[in-house]
Design a protein around this ligand. Structure first.
Ligand SMILES: Nc1ncnc2c1ncn2[C@@H]1O[C@H](COP(=O)(O)OP(=O)(O)OP(=O)(O)O)[C@@H](O)[C@H]1O
Ligand SMILES: [Mg+2]
Length: 240
């Protein structure tokens, strides 16, 4: 569903993503783990065609993002930061996205209901709380009923009810046969949510495995993660 091959990105002296190759499969939730600055968001941006790789490639459903006729109908994404005009209503934001991707307008109310925002659909999205903003971002990701979902730290700042809601949603979406790639720093949350794991450090692949297999390597998944990534955290200035 997602294939990266030798994916590489440099920012000046920093090798943010270093020859990364992995496959993300349909029907499972894959956790994308790595210390701060290890290249998770950069990898996701390259998969979505928002950053151009210096080498290698990323494909979604066998195609490069830019070759997808209707991208939102193939891959939905929630990235860091607010990705909407603050003055637009939630419904207006989704309606504009739907129109530009040839998605039927009735789908807007479907996804608003799915994320629990029906009652707030007419309010200015710029005034939304963090949890509502995350829900609106997820509504946008689901708008095109995509086979592939990329979620970059979707539970950041959410309350326990919101965290559980996103967990259940991701499991449901994977159960429908979709490929779900989700980054998070909450290892205990990933232990509950993910089936498979991709672990990176300093832009390099450290593990492509299952939650069960990585957990079995140490006393807990968190211990195994810390052992695997030891020495790769907090390093920002590698020469390219
Ligand atoms: N636009 C940019 N310009 C310059 N450097 C960048 C840019 N984006 C990312 N980097 C650098 O690339 C490296 C990887 O960053 P990235 O945001 O992909 O990491 P991450 O794994 O998502 O981290 P976090 O867990 O903190 O979100 C870091 O060293 C970062 O400083
Ligand atoms: Mg990030």
């Amino acid at each position: 569903m997602i294939e990266t091959r030798g994916l590489t990105k440099r920012y000046g002296p920093v090798l943010a993503v270093d020859a990364l190759s992995f496959d993300i499969r349909p029907g499972v939730v894959t956790g994308f783990l790595g210390p701060n600055g290890s290249g998770k968001s950069t990898t996701m941006r390259m998969i979505l065609g928002l950053d151009r790789p210096d080498a290698g490639s990323a494909r979604v459903g066998g195609r490069r993002y830019h070759d997808l006729a209707w991208p939102l109908r193939t891959v939905g994404a929630l990235l860091e930061g607010r990705a909407f005009h603050p003055g637009r209503s939630a419904r207006g934001h989704l309606a504009a996205l739907a129109a530009s991707n040839a998605i039927p307008a009735r789908r807007v109310d479907e996804v608003l209901a799915l994320v629990g925002l029906t009652g707030a659909a007419g309010r200015r999205a710029g005034k939304f709380s963090l949890g509502m903003t995350q829900r609106l971002g997820i509504a946008a990701a689901l708008l095109g009923d995509p086979e592939v979902l990329l979620l970059d730290e979707p539970v950041n700042g959410l309350d326990p009810e919101g965290i559980r809601w996103i967990r259940d949603l991701m499991r449901t979406l994977a159960g429908q046969g979709r490929a779900v790639l989700v980054s998070s720093h909450l290892i205990s949350e990933m232990a509950l949510t993910a089936d498979r794991l991709i672990v990176i450090g300093q832009g390099r692949l450290l593990a492509d495995t299952t939650v069960a297999a990585l957990s079995a390597r140490s006393a807990s998944l968190e211990d195994a993660f810390l052992e695997l990534t030891a020495g790769t955290a907090g390093y920002r200035g590698r020469p390219a």
